[in-house]
Design a protein around this ligand. Structure first.
Ligand SMILES: *[C@@H]1O[C@H](CO)[C@@H](O)[C@H](O)[C@H]1NC(C)=O
Ligand SMILES: *[C@@H]1O[C@H](CO)[C@@H](O)[C@H](O)[C@H]1NC(C)=O
Ligand SMILES: *[C@@H]1O[C@H](CO)[C@@H](O)[C@H](O)[C@H]1NC(C)=O
Length: 249
């Protein structure tokens, strides 16, 4: 009996939470927007979605503070973690529900000196990646097969991005980015993806070669040894030269 009672209690709490005015998750909190998104997805018109996001029952605007939370996203509030890899506050459909149906995800990314975004693919989006501060970010992507004809593998394409320069990674192309800044300082990046639900697939699939516990998208100097064996030789070479040059080992 106690377990049934406690289950009912938990269920009633969940019900109460679902009935409460939905809270819009912000960069400064880790709320859950699932209940709100379920309502938005079953609302046919954009104006009625906006009523659910920004008004009390479609009759009056939310109070000013709630309205700011529902309409703005402050990328400065979610600071990078303490690792040299940095951090990536993301405005996507989950963190910022107004993006539902917009076709946009927006990331603010900080990549520490010699840090790397591990090779990955976005299954549902192109990415436009722009360095806004810092610089000398080494970027590499591999297009799908056939760029040079036939069924041959396509060559890697590489570039060095200075401040204010950007690159487009095509949807589905494997790509990685290394902060090879000449002054060994972190770089700040904005990345726009052409889906509010872009998805990310890491391309590090052989646990026998390295570390079966790889769960990160970004790896800083302190963790580099654990992923070294599964990285492309070129990435290893760029990061190791950077670590040496910046005296980070
Ligand atoms: C990384 O930066 C160093 C110092 O600026 C430079 O010598 C090196 O060529 C860069 N590596 C790549 C792959 O561009
Ligand atoms: C590269 O690393 C330096 C030193 O940590 C940092 O100041 C800079 O913001 C980083 N660049 C990127 C694009 O993260
Ligand atoms: C896997 O990663 C952990 C944590 O970084 C590290 O302690 C361990 O040595 C790594 N194992 C291998 C085989 O690289």
């Amino acid at each position: 009996m106690p377990s049934i009672l406690s289950k009912a209690f938990v269920a009633s709490l969940a019900f109460a939470a679902a009935q409460a005015i939905p809270t819009v998750r912000r960069a400064d909190s880790i709320g859950d927007n699932t209940a709100l998104l379920e309502k938005l997805i079953t609302t046919p018109t954009e104006i009625k979605r906006q009523q659910k996001l920004w008004t009390k029952d479609g009759k009056e605007l939310l109070d000013p503070e709630s309205l700011v939370k529902a309409t703005t996203f402050d990328f400065s509030l979610e600071q990078p973690g303490a690792t040299t890899a940095g951090g990536a506050p993301t405005a996507d459909v989950e963190t910022f529900p107004i993006l539902l149906g917009s076709g946009v995800t927006f990331n603010h990314v900080t990549l520490g000196a010699c840090g790397i975004f591990l090779p990955h693919v976005h299954p549902r989006a192109h990415e436009f990646f722009v360095v806004v501060d810092g610089g000398e970010v080494e970027v590499t992507f591999t297009p799908e097969m056939g760029l040079l004809g036939g069924a041959g593998a396509s060559p890697e394409i590489t570039a060095t991005l200075k401040k204010d320069a950007g690159i487009v990674f095509p949807q589905g192309a494997i790509h990685y980015q290394i902060n090879n800044s000449s002054d060994c300082k972190p770089s700040n990046i904005y990345a726009v993806l052409t889906s509010e639900n872009a998805g990310t697939t890491l391309v590090l699939q052989d646990p026998t070669l390295g570390n079966a516990t790889i769960t990160k998208r970004q790896v800083g100097v302190e963790d580099f040894a654990s992923v070294r064996a599964v990285l492309p030789a070129r990435a290893v070479s760029v990061v190791e030269q950077c670590i040496k040059r910046c005296n980070l080992s």
